[in-house]
Design a protein. Structure first.
Length: 144
């Protein structure tokens, strides 16, 4: 009888251990949301932020602040950009709430620091360009 209880407890602990391991590996790879690798883009086709927004002067271009030791939430906060936006663009599930560093997310979701910076800079520069156009239209309307 004692051996039966002993084996039962061992089996129960083993099942809990397996369930915990499967749960920790739950979010491994997003479905159909891979970012195109910069290696697959020919060098003459690569565009930096200033090529995409020629209307902005070099001083007006936004430069993202990203470090591999930062969490994605910290990156979003320091760059004043939405965390859900970044998760969507990187193919990270919205329900992933843990404070994993960017270095870990890069491995699990297969993106580079440069790709993350480009996403942030493009969004911020698009916003700056829209603001500049609105300001220009407002100045033109006030002159009339």
């Amino acid at each position: 009888m004692k051996n039966l209880i002993k084996y039962g407890i061992t089996a129960f602990a083993f099942v809990i251990l397996i369930a915990a391991c499967q749960n920790s590996q739950k979010v491994k790879e997003p479905a159909n949301t891979k970012i195109k690798s910069e290696k697959s883009i020919p060098k003459n086709k690569k565009k930096n932020s200033s090529d995409k927004f020629p209307e902005l002067t070099p001083e007006e271009h936004y430069h993202a602040i990203v470090s591999d030791s930062m969490t994605l939430a910290e990156v979003a906060k320091v760059n004043n950009i939405g965390l859900p936006f970044l998760k969507t663009k990187l193919g990270i599930p919205q329900q992933l709430n843990y404070g994993y560093p960017v270095s870990q997310l890069k491995k699990n979701f297969r993106f580079t620091t440069e790709q993350l910076k480009t996403i942030i800079e493009d969004a911020k520069n698009r916003s700056r360009l829209n603001d500049k156009i609105k300001k220009s239209k407002h100045q033109n309307n006030s002159k009339k």
